[in-house]
Design a protein around this ligand. Structure first.
Ligand SMILES: N[C@@H](CCC(=O)N[C@@H](CS)C(=O)NCC(=O)O)C(=O)O
Length: 207
């Protein structure tokens, strides 16, 4: 297998953590998004969205980080990351959709305004956009914090794909200044996630 990725991207990191946790062999091919390497014809022919992460497994090409994570888990007989139970899988998938559709979009405003604009020479952060991002971040962070009260992990008693998908967003907290201080449960849970060996070994060197 081969995975196209960008080292500091949370979307990449959550997939690489799964590869490490499951001990699956996969060649990692970094694309420099700042230089626009994802726009090369060869890559666009694999993923017309020109986005990482993108997995190649023989003649099968798969994009969308959460789909890749589920696919990787389906390669092993059994894993706590993706237990073989319909309700647990639906619950994990719920949080993965929530990450993509809601909390991740709020975080994305901070990533664009406070990190990408500078990297791509697109000007200063827009205060109005950051205010919208802050409102949206709090809306969803409150839900996450409340859910984590009295729980170690998002779904069931073990760490699952749900924790990797949602937790990876917080990797960029220092770089993009998410207003996460005061969310006691989120901070406790994110600290615990960092103890997972696969989380540590998948930490990009540039973070
Ligand atoms: N929903 C996608 C998001 C992927 C994504 O946003 N990738 C960004 C980097 S984090 C990208 O490749 N952007 C390059 C571009 O849009 O040209 C996933 O979860 O895989």
């Amino acid at each position: 297998m081969k995975l196209y990725h960008f080292p500091i991207s949370p979307n990449s990191r959550r997939v690489i953590a799964v590869l490490h946790h499951l001990d699956l062999a996969c060649e990692l091919q970094a694309l420099d998004l700042v230089k626009g390497e994802q726009l090369q014809e060869e890559f666009v022919s694999l993923n017309p969205n020109h986005m990482i992460p993108t997995l190649i497994d023989g003649d099968f090409v798969l994009w969308e980080s959460n789909a890749i994570m589920q696919y990787l888990c389906s390669k092993v007989a059994n894993t706590d990351l993706w237990p073989n139970d319909a309700k647990i899988r639906a619950d994990i998938t719920r949080w993965q959709f929530w990450q993509t559709g809601h909390f991740g979009r709020a975080c994305g405003i901070f990533i664009f305004e406070n990190l990408l604009k500078k990297a791509l020479n697109l000007g200063e952060p827009d205060a109005g956009e950051l205010a919208k991002g802050t409102e949206s971040f709090h809306r969803f962070a409150k839900i996450l914090d409340a859910h984590l009260q009295g729980r170690d992990w998002l779904v069931g008693e073990q760490i699952t794909l749900a924790d990797l998908s949602v937790g990876s967003l917080l990797d960029l907290t220092e770089m993009v200044a998410y207003p996460v201080e005061g969310y006691k449960e989120i901070n406790r849970w994110y600290q615990a996630l960092q103890q997972l060996p696969a989380w540590q070994s998948s930490m990009p060197s540039k973070l």
